[in-house]
Design a protein around this ligand. Structure first.
Ligand code: SAH
Ligand code: SF4
Length: 372
């Protein structure tokens, strides 16, 4: 099928409720992915380092003002998880957590990035490291880059400044302009700067989502991590009673956003977000079949993982065999989620790229252009 990928065409595709159109869109995006970068899916072991956060985003279940048990992984826990990622040949890890600017935390990340780089990976390159730790001063981004991190994920959350204002407290600590500036700083510091937005939020229109896709393109993002908005029962956004699309609608929107982005930017990395899995047990697999090529097995120790409640993850964690086990237990279901993808793997539709950093073709092209 031919797709009109200008703003109007994107809005129309996002609003379309015709199952035949939607099915064809997802299938076509998968084909474009395979033609452009192949069926390979890269892994990033996700380490949720802490749910302590200095910010108060109105949608987030670990925002500063929520009363919930807080944790911070020890160096040993982080390094144990990273060693497991190396042993399983994941190729890279993501360290994600609440936004903190205190000196001790900044120094801890520097120390950990260096230590993860020193982990023996056998014949593979050292583990690649992506950070996702919010807005930081440029010097901090430089310090972590020099320590060995090379990718950073900072979602813009929405490319519409008015909507940004509605879903954040109205203060200097939550400013759209500062978020954008942080993304520019990350690029200038040398990172592959990834971004993304939530999908199906209160007040968000199809035109907003189309603009998000166009924003990714104009920013030249080499990687995108976007996923459905999922409500958390104790946040101001949930308490506001503002309406948003149903679970099924948000799930389909999540898949269609991946598909349309793949058509717009055929050779970038697109993650199949965990938020998809909340809405459908095969959510991330279906994300991959709609054009995503990055998968993040969660390797946070189970006892702490249950406290990293950005949103309600009950549907994922209800059958978790590890919850309640000892502190450093890492859930096998989280580490081997591919068991459930057997058929698509047997047929070669999903091929796992073990032992590689898995930088996007777009990022590698950019790097070679810079060298010229
Ligand atoms: N503190 C860092 C990284 C951790 S939060 C930051 O904010 O950049 C990671 C992502 O979780 C955020 O970017 C946001 O898009 C997502 N998130 C938070 N609350 C969510 C919710 N209720 N539904 C879906 N995604 C959510
Ligand atoms: Fe903190 Fe990130 Fe949640 Fe905002 S989205 S409150 S910065 S963890």
């Amino acid at each position: 099928m031919n797709y009109n990928l200008d703003r109007e065409g994107l809005v129309e595709a996002l609003e379309c409720k015709d199952p035949a159109f939607n099915k064809a869109l997802l299938e076509d995006a998968y084909k474009v992915k395979v033609a452009s970068i192949g069926p390979v899916v890269y892994l990033r072991g996700l380490i949720e380092i802490s749910n302590i956060c200095s910010k108060n985003c109105l949608y987030c279940g670990i925002r500063r003002d929520i009363h919930c048990p807080r944790y911070e992984l020890t160096d040993e826990q982080v390094l144990q998880a990273a060693a497991m990622a190396a042993q399983r040949r994941f190729g890279s890890v993501v360290i994600q957590g609440g936004e903190r600017k205190d000196k001790a935390f900044v120094a801890k990340i520097t120390r950990l990035v260096k230590a993860i780089k020193a982990i023996d990976t056998g014949d593979d390159p050292p583990l690649g490291i992506t950070l996702s730790l919010g807005e930081q001063p440029r010097e901090v981004y430089d310090e972590w880059f020099d320590a060995g991190a090379h990718r950073y994920l900072l979602r813009i959350e929405t490319s519409n400044p008015d909507l940004y204002r509605k879903i954040h407290p109205n203060d200097d600590n939550h400013s759209y302009d500062r978020r954008l500036k942080a993304l520019e700083d990350l690029k200038a510091a040398g990172y592959q700067a990834g971004t993304g937005a939530m999908i199906g939020m209160p007040y968000q229109t199809a035109a907003d989502m189309a603009d998000d896709l166009l924003f990714y393109k104009s920013f030249g993002a080499p990687m995108i991590g976007m996923g459905p908005y999922n409500p958390h029962p104790d946040t101001p956004l949930t308490h506001s009673g503002a309406q948003f699309p149903s679970d099924d609608e948000r799930f389909m929107l999540g898949l269609k956003m991946i598909a349309l982005l793949r058509l717009l930017m055929p050779d970038i990395n697109i993650a199949a977000a965990t938020a998809l899995e909340v809405l459908n047990p095969r959510g991330r697999e279906l994300g991959i079949m709609a054009g995503a090529n990055v998968f993040m097995p969660n390797i946070t120790p189970s006892e702490e993982m249950v406290k990293y409640n950005l949103y309600d993850r009950k549907t994922i964690l209800k059958d978790c065999p590890s919850v309640g086990k000892d502190d450093n237990h890492i859930c096998k279901n989280c580490v081997f989620p591919f068991c459930s993808m057997g058929e698509n793997m047997r047929e070669g539709k999903i091929v796992v790229g073990y032992g590689q950093w898995g930088d996007s073709k777009a990022a590698l092209r950019e790097k070679s252009l810079k060298k010229l």
